[in-house]
Design a protein. Structure first.
Length: 113
C-alpha cells in the first residue's frame, strides 16, 4: 500500500507529455538491490512498426458493427483529452490501419462541433 500519494495524478510512464519520469543513462539509477528467487532477466524494449501490426490485424478482423462500436468507444473517451494527445493517438491508430486512424480522426472532428 502506498501512503505517500503514489505520484498523485501524474503519469508514471515514459515517454509522457506532462513532465513525468524520464529515461536516464545513469548506470546506477536502475539498480535497486532486491532479494529474488528464480530466474530474473532484464530486457530492453524498442518501439518499432511491428508494435502496430497486431492491433491493425485485429481491427481488420472486426465486423463493421464491431468497428463502429470500437470507434465510438474510443472517440467518446479521447474527445476529453488535450488536442495534441488526440493528434498523437490518431497517428498511432493510422500506423495500425489507415482506415482505423481516419475514422477516429473523423469522429473526433465531429465530436468537437
Amino acid at each position: 500500500m502506498a501512503i505517500n500519494g503514489n505520484g498523485g495524478n501524474k503519469p508514471n510512464y515514459e515517454p509522457n507529455s506532462f513532465g513525468g519520469p524520464h529515461q536516464t543513462d545513469d548506470k546506477y539509477a536502475s539498480y535497486v538491490p532486491t532479494p529474488l528467487n528464480g530466474t530474473v532477466g532484464r530486457h530492453s524494449y524498442q518501439l518499432t512498426d511491428d508494435d502496430f501490426v497486431q492491433p491493425g490485424d485485429l481491427y481488420r478482423l472486426l465486423s463493421p458493427y464491431e468497428k463502429e462500436h470500437l470507434i465510438k468507444n474510443i472517440v467518446g473517451h479521447l474527445k476529453h483529452a488535450k488536442k495534441f494527445i488526440q493528434e498523437r493517438q490518431v497517428q498511432h491508430f493510422k500506423r495500425a490501419d489507415p482506415e482505423y486512424g481516419r475514422r477516429v480522426e473523423e469522429g473526433l472532428k465531429a465530436a468537437a462541433i
